[in-house]
Write a protein that binds this ligand. Structure first.
Ligand SMILES: Cc1cc2nc3c(=O)[nH]c(=O)nc-3n(C[C@H](O)[C@H](O)[C@H](O)COP(=O)(O)OP(=O)(O)OC[C@H]3O[C@@H](n4cnc5c(N)ncnc54)[C@H](O)[C@@H]3O)c2cc1C
Length: 432
């Protein structure tokens, strides 16, 4: 197969979701010089925090370095999966009651999105998700995964290779766990809904307003400096996830930004879309450097993943994903790519989300690739804590710095190579 992706005439190095939904505009009011709470970052987390705080009767301003919603919140795969790095049984084994509470919380985050979908249109559908064994040796792990979730009363099913014929137009997979409690949404529409809710509650949104420093004031509160002037704030919520810059250095050192990329094809003929994905499920495989893919609301295939942990060029990422998509679904050979884009996910050392205060400011971070529901929920929790509420269970986890964070561009490719070799060795052994 050609090493290059087949591109349509209208191909753009652009994000499909952002091309379909204009970014929420900045508030017409100038940045206030005093505010009860300043929120840094205008993704799901920052907007959700701002909404909660404004509803609580406090004044709140949200700043973003770029346009409103520049970060992962308008670039992601739109899969709403109530998951942490491990299943409920393993979480309980590793963390005891804390593990059980964290599993309840991630489910509460999922419910929050479904509740919002009752009153707002962001193309939400309860689709279910297939976790697909990319190698025969992973079937045993999937059996254990299904048992863990079943023990919690979750609606999951282990599907054999034969069962998969009704679920996915691909011969590559050996089995799958079907998780019914998964949904799909349009990321930028969801983001716009959160922006409107925050604004409707009284928050102001300020694009192209990078916050460059935050210092505690003598007495109480903080003085933040932005490129548009200083803001005195009673409290500060930092909702920068993978896009954490040097604003709060200890936070930056605790988050590893890792690139993730997506290609979206031209709109598929309905019969072809049905052949590839008969039930419109979300698909995720079991590799270390996994693929995730789905049909979009307008009937394209969106295929995402990464080849390594270094940041490749968008062209390299696109060509790799296109080849992988066609290897997975040979019936998509000849289908052209309309869009290719990337964004950063926030990895943490223990691959868990984290929440708390660093240098006095509130923060929530560490989606580890699954933050559509969770970061929205953590933003709401950050708002509640700023209003005097109790922090969530994630706040009790120790949030360790990433070793040799400053030299990550040197060691990340090596770590990525190791993951890729593990994935590759399994596939080579079965002759692919
Ligand atoms: C390609 C991709 C696919 C993904 N797919 C999925 C998926 O299918 N399902 C899922 O659950 N999760 C997925 N995720 C993860 C999910 O998108 C994120 O967890 C979530 O969007 C994070 O939201 P957030 O508000 O915390 O951060 P973001 O949306 O990343 O927002 C952070 C913002 O902070 C701003 N900022 C940073 N520093 C400053 C500063 N000093 N001053 C002002 N502003 C600043 C940035 O400009 C940015 O806009 C994916 C992520 C990517 C990149």
């Amino acid at each position: 197969m050609s090493a290059k992706a087949l591109l349509s005439d209208s191909y753009a190095e652009d994000c499909l979701w952002q091309a379909q939904v204009p970014a929420p505009s900045s508030s017409p009011t100038p940045l206030p010089s005093t505010v009860d709470v300043l929120v840094v970052g205008s993704g799901y987390c920052g907007l959700s925090a701002a909404h909660t705080i404004a509803l609580g009767g406090k004044s709140v301003a949200v700043c973003d370095t770029e346009r409103v919603g520049f970060g992962a919140s308008t670039r992601n795969g739109g899969m709403v999966i109530p998951e942490l790095k491990a299943g409920p049984g393993t979480l309980a084994e590793s963390y005891g009651d804390l593990g059980r509470q964290m599993f309840r919380d991630v489910n509460e985050a999922f419910d929050l999105v479904e509740k919002l979908a009752e009153d707002h249109d962001f193309d939400y559908v309860r689709t279910g998700m297939l976790h697909l064994a990319h190698h025969a040796s992973r079937v045993r792990d999937l059996r254990a995964e299904a048992a863990e979730y079943k023990a919690e009363g979750e609606d999951v099913r282990l599907l054999s290779k034969d069962d998969l014929a009704e679920e996915i137009g691909s011969q590559r997979f050996h089995a799958a766990v079907l998780h019914e409690r998964t949904g799909a949404l349009h990321p930028a529409k969801f983001h716009s809904v959160l922006a409107e809710r925050a604004r409707g509650a009284g928050a102001t949104l300020h694009a192209r307003t990078r916050v460059t420093s935050v210092e505690r004031r003598n007495g109480a509160g903080f003085r933040a400096t932005t490129i548009r002037g200083a803001v005195d704030a009673g409290d500060v919520v930092v909702a920068t996830n993978a896009y954490a810059d040097g604003l709060v250095p200890p936070l930056e050192r605790r988050v590893l930004p890792v690139g993730s990329y997506i290609v979206a094809t031209e709109v598929l003929e309905p019969a072809l879309a049905k052949e590839v994905s008969p039930r419109g499920r979300m698909f995720v495989d079991t590799k270390n450097l996994l693929f995730y893919w789905r049909l979009t609301p307008d009937g394209r295939m969106a295929f995402g993943g990464r080849r390594s942990l270094r940041h490749p060029t968008l062209e390299e990422a696109r060509d790799f994903l296109y080849r992988s998509m066609v290897e997975t679904h040979p019936q998509l050979r000849g289908i052209r790519v309309d869009y290719a884009w990337g964004g950063d996910v926030a990895m943490t050392l223990d691959r868990m989300p984290h929440f708390g205060r660093i240098d006095g400011v509130l923060y929530a971070t560490g989606c580890n690739g699954s933050g559509v529901g969770l970061n929205t929920w953590m933003g709401m929790k950050a708002g509640e804590v700023s209003l005097g509420g109790a922090p969530p269970a994630f706040a009790t986890l120790t949030h360790r710095a990433i070793p040799m964070h400053r030299w990550r561009s040197a060691w990340l490719p090596v770590a990525g190579l190791w993951f890729r070799l593990q994935d590759r060795t399994l596939l080579d052994r079965q002759g692919r």
